[in-house]
Design a protein around this ligand. Sequence first.
Ligand SMILES: Nc1nc2c(c(=O)[nH]1)N[C@H]1C(S)=C(S)[C@@H](COP(=O)(O)O)O[C@H]1N2
Ligand SMILES: [Mo]
Length: 227
Amino acid sequence: MKRALPAFAVLLLLLTGCAPQTGGRIADAVSAATQARYRENEIRDYQGARLDPAVGPRDNSIKGVQAVDTNGYALVVDGLVEAPVALGYGQVLALPAHERLITLHCVEGWDATVLWKGVLLEELIGLAGIKPEAVTVIFSSVDGYTTSLPLKTIREKSLILAYGANGLDLPPALGYPFMVVAEDKLGYKWGRWVDRITLSDDADYKGFWENLGYPNGADVPAGTEGT
Ligand SMILES: Nc1nc2c(c(=O)[nH]1)N[C@H]1C(S)=C(S)[C@@H](COP(=O)(O)O)O[C@H]1N2
Ligand SMILES: [Mo]
């Protein structure tokens, strides 16, 4: 068995397209094979739009694709709320469902159009009771990634937290169990594998990429396909 490993490792490298990270390569390739089977059942066209099977030509997440087991998983809503809540996967899916055809634009220049299905973020965080001082909604993920959106944007755009894409549950690469569908915002606002949503009164809070200099507004430039 040991002798077979190097050839297998080479195959994995070819499959992953030599992503810059080292730690996540094997996990990424395994999930790529799993997803190829999974995609046989997904919707590829919707109301004339061609749907993309994934976000991004390859995974660039800070620690590689995360495998989240929803047994024992809880989505916590805390911070400036009346009473923090911890919701199981099924409890989130029991909320009213909303479907959206939305394109994600990454700063690296690619975009992906996906038919998302999820729950209204305002309704979800409302379960904990939003305190009037809250202005920022911080999303934290199992890989340590963080990003945020103004509460005002979440309300005005009726943003959703997705649990489905193209007619199926989110695959791991799209953030299973939950991904922020940050319509009109650049890819780094689309937190994947989210397990905590924290309300804050810090209007200048900076998440992972924002802290390294990416603009907190993160607006997709008008007329630009992902700069
Ligand atoms: N948890 C988590 N979510 C994340 C990221 C990440 O590293 N970790 N990367 C973000 C970025 S920069 C983009 S463009 C989108 C898509 O990431 P991808 O380029 O790896 O496909 O996911 C976003 N959500
Ligand atoms: Mo990105």
